[in-house]
Design a protein around this ligand. Structure first.
Ligand code: IMP
Length: 423
């Protein structure tokens, strides 16, 4: 495996949790490199279902090291809740979980700012998860953020926090919200810092030593390519680099140490939150996909918007991430459909687009150009080998991989570990 980056090739919720879990078996270390607890990775192990928000999915395998890298924004309260939740379910989290001392923190004022900014945008809102992710990254870039390591330096933490609380209380007052109390936040965070102390470390050195020792490292991307701050459908994006490049800046592993990039994509497309979605289905077909695929957000429970597979979007994802291998998930959701469509290009006016337009106004006006496939109309749930899949399913899979421009390597036909086909 060496070093492998796993990214979402669509708008998030591609089923990365399941694929990461399957690949974790061969990994020594699993690393989160961006995003925060806006993510929700669902993993089913036997009869147990876990939803992980900050902790890498490798935690569910005994003996793996799990790292929350410097590029992640960590809500320490949420992290502690997740640690406690796993402990209650007898998942070991001691000596196998580390969080970067330089990861920035999501603070209570970030969550309120997220809410206020969304409210202010009215119908132009982004539809964020309201976890404070955007405001936390804003502070990081503005160089006024607080980092996990600050929790272990109380004087420095107090000084910086006091300034941030004062600054944000001015904003809260202006929008009719109650001010926040410095002391309440300080006490709560210092206490949580003490609890998290055994987990906090220099993960950059830890990871580079692991690379030197030829350990297998799996980078777990959160969200997806089209939610990336640079390559996504800006401004309807998240605030970090969910794409492969983010794995380097978010962990401290240099680019020349990356061996492989795996892109995860659903056999159709979904999106939560606002923003362009050219293949969205507004009819009963979309509702059927949502119901069959149980398409409701793992973090917020919101119904996901559903549509046909968009090969223009995945081709772009293969390009910007350097995806070598594709993992297609939720093929089984299409099992009963008589006809299945795939978007092969966009049309805007008289112009045909085979790559993603970067101008969002153009993208909003794009109409999908479809290729239609006959459905296979039988269950794929228990198929273990690619050759045993119905011919029409194989044709469909090979075509979406070919259109995307990378090798088809994994097909997932159910939520459980066993329901995975390796090519
Ligand atoms: P934020 O990351 O909470 O700021 O939300 C920005 C956009 O990214 C919104 O459209 C969210 O719905 C979307 N988003 C954030 N995290 C995820 C995720 O894990 N899966 C899918 N969409 C996400």
């Amino acid at each position: 495996m060496a070093t492998t980056i796993l990214v979402g090739a669509q708008w998030g919720d591609e089923g990365k949790g399941k694929i990461i879990d399957v690949l974790s078996e061969q990994a020594d270390i699993v690393v989160r490199y961006q995003g925060g607890n806006n993510a929700g990775h669902t993993v089913e192990v036997g009869a147990e279902k876990y939803v992980l928000h900050l902790i890498p999915s490798g935690i569910l395998y005994p003996g793996k090291l799990n790292v929350i890298g410097n590029g992640v924004v960590v809500d320490p309260i949420a992290l502690w809740d997740e640690i406690e939740g796993l402990r209650r379910r007898r998942v070991a989290v001691d000596n196998n979980l580390f969080v970067s001392e330089t990861a920035h923190m999501v603070m209570p004022y970030h969550r309120l700012l997220d809410e206020i900014r969304e409210e202010q945008k009215g119908h132009r809102k982004i539809g964020t998860t309201k976890r404070g992710i955007g405001p936390a990254y804003s502070d990081k870039v503005a160089r006024t953020g607080l980092r996990i390591g600050d929790l272990l330096a109380p004087e420095r933490f107090a000084e910086r926090l006091r300034r941030k609380v004062r600054e944000n209380n001015e904003i809260f007052k202006a929008f009719g919200h109650r001010p926040m109390r410095f002391q309440t936040i300080y006490d709560q965070y210092i206490a949580i810092g003490q609890k998290l102390k055994p987990f906090i470390t220099d993960t950059v050195t830890l990871l580079n030593r692991a690379v030197r020792d030829n350990k297998n490292i799996l980078f777990e991307g959160a969200q997806g390519t089209h939610l990336d701050i640079d390559f996504g459908t800006y401004p309807f994006v998240t605030s970090s680099n969910a794409t492969a490049g983010g794995a380097c800046t978010g962990s401290g592993i240099p680019p020349n140490r990356i061996d492989r990039v795996v892109g995860v994509m659903k056999a159709y497309t979904t999106r939560v939150g606002e923003g362009p979605f050219p293949t969205e289905l507004h009819d009963e077909q979309g509702t059927a996909l949502r119901e069959t695929g149980r398409e409701f957000g793992a973090t917020t429970g919101r119904p996901r918007r559903c549509g046909w597979f968009d090969a223009v979007a995945t081709r772009y994802a293969v390009m910007v991430n350097g995806i070598n291998d594709l993992a297609v998930t939720k093929l089984d959701v299409l099992d009963n459909l008589p006809k299945i469509k795939v978007c092969v290009a966009y049309k805007c006016g008289r112009k045909l687009w085979e790559t993603m337009p970067t101008d969002i106004d153009v993208l909003m006006r794009c109409q999908p150009v479809y290729q239609e496939f006959d459905g296979w109309r039988c269950s794929t749930r228990h198929v273990l080998e690619f050759d045993q899949l119905p011919k029409r399913a194989r044709v469909y899979l090979q075509r979406i991989a070919q259109l995307s421009g990378a090798r088809l390597s994994i097909v997932s036909v159910g939520a459980r570990r066993e329901e995975t086909i390796f090519l």
